[in-house]
Design a binder for this molecule. Structure first.
Ligand SMILES: NC(=O)c1ccc[n+]([C@@H]2O[C@H](COP(=O)([O-])OP(=O)(O)OC[C@H]3O[C@@H](n4cnc5c(N)ncnc54)[C@H](OP(=O)(O)O)[C@@H]3O)[C@@H](O)[C@H]2O)c1
Length: 235
């Protein structure tokens, strides 16, 4: 899955980029030569995170759960850079494996959808015109096998239904952006040792590698698919 082409002059945006898989994805993209914006809720945290990475990485204010934030961030990127080549919708919350759908906690379910679905949706809609300008845009929705209908069972109701909806959105966006040359895929990073994943998962570098693969696909690469480690997953 290694991509060694140099991408200097191209721009990437990773939401939820100040820690975990998002931060590692930003690091790997910067290593490939991309200028990387990490979307963050707290600019001070973002600056601290960016300063730890090599390459050109800088934070941009983007709380995906705030309705106007995506449009504001897109206007800033357009004004300052005039392009976006890669968008990684990574920010997500509320992995709730011990919760049950029959005892719904509506505030958790609503918050999960606001960030994991509507957040990613608003960001995609706001940045789609800039991805179109690229001519080779790539949109990666960081999903989870927990959102796969094929393997879905009891538990994690907020998280799993939000990721299943994100997968549906991936299919629709792939179809709507096909004509603009933008490839859109959903990627499961696997179980990764982060604040969300907890201890015992695989290293972040491995989880992020599958995201970077989808973010740097060649023009004849797949679109509208669901992958982990470059291999198709059942919907
Ligand atoms: N870890 C796993 O095992 C695993 C497995 C499958 C899929 N995934 C997916 O991989 C992605 C990254 O997960 P992770 O394990 O790296 O999670 P994490 O360690 O909990 O990090 C989540 C990141 O998202 C940010 N975030 C949360 N809400 C936000 C909002 N409203 N606006 C902007 N940023 C927001 C957080 O920022 P703050 O620091 O401000 O909170 C943080 O940077 C998620 O989409 C997750 O569902 C993870």
């Amino acid at each position: 899955m290694t991509n060694t082409k140099n991408h200097s002059g191209k721009m990437a945006l990773v939401t939820g980029g100040n820690r975990g898989i998002g931060l590692e994805t930003a690091r790997q993209l910067a290593e490939l030569g991309f200028t990387v914006l990490i979307g963050v809720r707290d600019l001070a945290k973002g600056e601290a995170a960016a300063s730890k990475l090599g390459g050109k990485v800088e934070p941009i204010a983007l709380d995906v759960a705030t309705p106007d934030a995506a449009a504001r961030a897109a206007a800033e990127v357009e004004r300052r850079f005039g392009r976006l080549d890669i968008l990684v919708n990574n920010a997500a919350i509320h992995y709730d494996p011990s919760a049950r759908a029959l005892r719904p906690d509506w505030s958790v379910i609503r918050e999960a959808f606001e960030t994991n679905v509507f957040g990613a949706w608003r960001v995609a809609a706001a940045f789609a015109p800039l991805l179109g300008v690229s001519g080779h845009g790539r949109l990666v929705n960081v999903s989870s096998e927990g959102g796969s209908l094929a393997s879905m069972g009891a538990g994690a109701p907020a998280y799993s239904t939000s990721k299943a909806t994100l997968n549906a959105l991936t299919r629709i966006l792939a179809a709507e952006l096909r004509g603009a040359g933008v490839l859109v895929n959903a990627i499961c990073p696997g179980w990764v040792a982060t604040d969300m994943g907890g201890p015992g998962g695989r290293p972040v570098a491995q989880g992020a590698a599958g995201i970077v693969w989808a973010a740097t696909l060649p023009d004849d690469g797949p679109t509208g698919g669901f992958f982990r480690d470059g291999k198709r997953l059942p919907w």
